[in-house]
Design a binder for this molecule. Structure first.
Ligand SMILES: CC(C)(COP(=O)(O)OP(=O)(O)OC[C@H]1O[C@@H](n2cnc3c(N)ncnc32)[C@H](O)[C@@H]1OP(=O)(O)O)[C@@H](O)C(=O)NCCC(=O)NCCS
Length: 198
């Protein structure tokens, strides 16, 4: 083989592309693309969806967020767009790696207080658009993402950080997906419950 016969890697080559879409009974999960801006903008403009996610986002804020999601899509630890099998946008799922260097005081359920580092924790997230809520979709998707992360990607653990008033989200982590409550901490002035599954 001569050097000239080696074809260069295309600019849009994504080594993780063959892993996706992840499939659940009713959904397909795939890395975000620029085509998802209208979907994500309408989702992130809804106060009821964004109440525990830092508040509603303008279209230009969402464009920046989407760019970040797309750049993370070069590894499997990335946000994933959720679609029905016939292509309707449902929301966001997937994994992300926290790169906050902070060490927080974790208040354990037994009263113990221990320092806990947030850096390099792999978090699962889930956001379901209003017309699709309360149909078991977050549960279905989250179970699949956890199983995929722990078994296929062989991650040692996956965590979720949830505001204690976000009862639906707590139900999914604790009661539907087998995540254990490890404790609580204050982060950015707000209380967060810290769930883990390994
Ligand atoms: C939280 C959220 C993902 C739930 O999605 P969903 O698809 O409606 O969840 P499911 O249908 O799988 O519901 C799982 C369980 O939680 C319950 N539940 C869901 N939302 C609830 C709510 N707002 N209040 C109380 N219970 C709720 C369901 O009734 C179900 O329990 P059941 O089987 O005993 O009836 C969705 O409401 C959402 O996207 N919220 C805004 C974004 C958000 O806060 N994400 C989490 C950030 S940590």
């Amino acid at each position: 083989m001569t050097l000239s016969s080696v074809r260069p890697c295309p600019d849009d080559f994504n080594p993780c592309a063959s892993m996706f879409p992840l499939k659940t009974r009713r959904t397909l999960l795939k890395p975000f693309t620029h085509n998802d801006l209208p979907h994500l903008s309408q989702l992130y403009s809804k106060p009821e969806v964004m109440q525990f996610l830092g508040g509603v986002k303008s279209e230009s804020q969402t464009r920046e967020i989407l760019q970040d999601y797309i750049s993370q899509g070069e590894t499997p630890i990335c946000p994933l767009a959720i679609f029905t099998h016939d292509g309707q946008f449902i929301g966001r799922s997937g994994l992300r790696c926290s790169c906050s260097p902070e060490v927080l005081q974790l208040y354990r359920p037994n009263g113990e207080i221990i320092p806990h580092r947030l850096n390099r924790l792999i978090q699962v997230g889930y956001v379901i658009d209003v017309p699709f809520q309360k149909q078991g979709l977050a549960t279905e998707v989250t179970k699949t993402v956890l199983q995929w992360g722990l078994q296929q990607l062989q991650l040692p653990q996956i965590v979720a950080l949830i505001h204690p008033d976000n009862y639906g989200s707590v139900r999914i982590a604790r009661d539907k997906s087998g995540m254990n409550l490890e404790g609580c901490f204050l982060w950015n002035g707000l209380p967060w419950q810290f769930f883990r599954r390994s």
